[in-house]
Write a new protein. Structure first.
Length: 591
């Protein structure tokens, strides 16, 4: 029977089997509910991990808009103890559970949308009952297809068409999957939303420090991860490894992850044992390390960050998407991958290397070339990070929330939860001289030098933060950015923009138009002046003096953007002591 779980305050779990109890608990003032049907942690399953990450992102971003209800999928042989976030359990081996769940959903006043994470294997024992279930649900249903198979037979085509046509919308994670649904299954494009697999925004750690932490110092680290099964085709890497270690004897290959529970139930550790035998036969024992566990996320991300080259060797050309692949790209790994659709879309334009399926020679050649070419490996890493950054879980949550809003015909208003202000990166970029112009991902790049542009931006941001929080530590940074602006002012009142790491003005100042930079400085100075009652007197006084010495140059400004910046600066600077001359200048610039 369908389990409706209520978590008691003492931590015990009370299982009620009547739908009436649910209705008794409904509070008309509660937020609308998005009801997610999926495998759920602690079940060791890629979709469970995916759902957990998505739900956390939705709760963090839209906790004031809707709440998430969770129904965990189980089978007769796969049962788990869940946290309090799981309120229902659906045993997919039990036909009557589907009927009870549909009735529960339909009778609930709070459930507004049903979101189903779909993989064919999850409902294999009762596929026809699942089809009847989604037809029976009278709430909008959104189905996430984790697999979209091309060239379908008639039976598969009809099953997918029924799901897609019954659902209000379907989500796929690649453009390739969307194209297959429209061209081979005849699904209307208007029903399909493409939302990429989410990725974690990783605070990148030093690779050398992480290697030392895990006893891998001095090693060129190759890795792959995920729940082990023959589909991962790790044999391809093992067959390539003799050629790799012959040229790069410091190489170590990490196989991260335990055997998939479903595989273990069928065949035990047969696949892992076959890999161990192959490693022995090839004389690779010292070059391969099994991390035989389901790692917690922070530890997994550290292993991926210390990886030099990540190897994705799936032999299934129809595998639409891979969460393990996404995690590796987001952690800055240079990727060598077989050409599943997900990899083809992400790794194009030198964001990784694609090899043919089951081709050890190509894999060996790609790895050897990358290990011998630090610049290319680092460029591929950076390109991959930039390519995949937009697919962060935060953005995936926004895309889902927008789809929920459309599904409910805009009857909900999305209330974004604004994250806490975090100035850590700006502080990390700031030296005693000023804020550095660029970073490589999250590492300050002192060779990029400094600009008055960025120091003006930083001055405004830290002034606003100090105004908001009165955090005394902001004053140190305000002084630094202000002194940098002073440094850049020339005898004629104008400001030079570019300063190298040796604190010398560069030739770039002679060949670029600096009007926008000058305008931004006046905006920053005006904002600082407007806070005169909060800041040290000498800074306030000097800021007025610097601005006055610049203003005679305003008549020679032609950039409309610079004029807009100057108007802002003049407005803020004039907000405390009204000056008719300043108002006249503002009007002139506005005209």
């Amino acid at each position: 029977m369908l389990q409706i779980i209520h978590n008691a305050g003492d931590g015990s779990r009370l299982v009620k089997l009547t739908n009436d109890h649910v209705n008794d608990q409904i509070d008309s003032n509660e937020l609308p509910e998005i009801f997610v049907i999926s495998t759920n942690l602690p079940r060791e399953c890629g979709i469970a991990t995916y759902s957990d990450d998505l739900i956390k992102a939705l709760n963090n971003s839209f906790g004031n808009t809707f709440k998430i209800g969770i129904c965990a999928l189980e089978t007769n042989t796969e049962k788990h103890n869940y946290g309090k976030e799981v309120s229902f359990i659906l045993n997919t081996d039990s036909p009557e559970d589907f009927d009870e769940l549909a009735a529960t959903i339909n009778s609930s006043d709070k459930i507004r949308i049903v979101l189903i994470q779909h993989e064919f294997g999850l409902f294999a024992s009762n596929d026809s009952k699942f089809a009847l279930f989604i037809s029976a649900v009278n709430k909008p249903v959104i189905v996430v297809f984790h697999t979209v198979l091309p060239n379908p037979g008639e039976s598969l085509k009809l099953r997918v068409q029924h799901i897609a046509n019954t659902a209000t919308s379907v989500i796929v994670m690649t453009k390739t999957s969307a194209k297959i649904l429209t061209s081979e299954y005849g699904i209307a494009i208007g029903k399909i939303a493409v939302i990429a697999h989410g990725t974690h925004l990783v605070p990148y750690s030093d690779k050398l420090i992480l290697k030392e932490k895990y006893g891998l110092e001095g090693k060129s680290v190759l890795s792959t991860f995920g729940l082990l099964s023959s589909g991962k085709n790790i044999e391809t890497t093992l067959d390539a490894l003799p050629a790799i270690v012959k040229i790069n004897p410091d190489t170590i290959f990490l196989i991260i992850g335990k055997t998939h529970p479903s595989v273990f139930a069928r065949e035990g550790e047969a696949y892992r044992q076959s890999l161990e035998e192959k490693i022995l036969q090839l004389g690779l024992t010292q070059y391969v390390l099994f991390i035989n566990t389901f790692l917690p996320l922070p530890e997994l991300l550290e292993y991926l960050q210390l990886t030099d080259i990540y190897l994705f060797t799936s032999k299934d050309p129809n595998q639409a998407v891979s969460g393990t692949f996404s995690y590796a790209v987001s952690c800055g790994c240079a990727i060598v991958s077989t050409p599943i659709p997900h990899a083809r879309e992400v790794l194009k334009n030198d964001a990784g290397i694609l090899i043919d399926f089951e081709h050890p020679a190509q894999l060996a050649s790609a790895v050897i070339n990358l290990l011998q070419d630090d610049d290319r490996r680092n460029n591929i890493s950076a390109n991959g990070i930039h390519r995949i950054a937009s697919t962060s879980w935060q953005n995936a949550a926004i895309a889902h929330a927008e789809l929920f809003k459309r599904t409910l015909h805009k009857k909900i208003s999305l209330k974004y939860t604004i994250p806490d202000i975090n100035l850590d990166h700006a502080k990390k970029l700031t030296t005693d001289f000023g804020i550095i112009q660029f970073s490589r991902i999250n590492k300050p790049d002192i060779l990029s030098g400094y600009t008055v542009d960025d120091n003006a931006r930083a001055l405004i941001a830290f002034c606003q933060h100090y105004e908001l929080t009165e955090d005394e530590s902001d004053l140190e940074f305000i002084r630094k950015y202000f002194r940098f602006i002073q440094f850049c002012q020339q005898p004629d009142g104008n400001f030079l923009n570019y300063v190298d790491q040796r604190f010398q003005f560069t030739l770039q100042n002679d060949i670029e138009n600096l009007e926008d930079s000058n305008g931004r400085v006046i905006w920053a100075l005006g904002y600082l002046i407007s806070m005169g009652n909060l800041l040290p007197e000498e800074i306030h006084r000097e800021a007025i003096s610097i601005m006055k010495s610049f203003l005679p140059n305003v008549q020679r400004i032609h950039s409309t953007r610079a004029m807009a910046f100057i108007i802002k600066g003049l407005y803020y600077g004039n907000s405390k002591t009204r000056s008719e001359n300043t108002i006249s200048l503002i009007k002139e610039l506005a005209n």
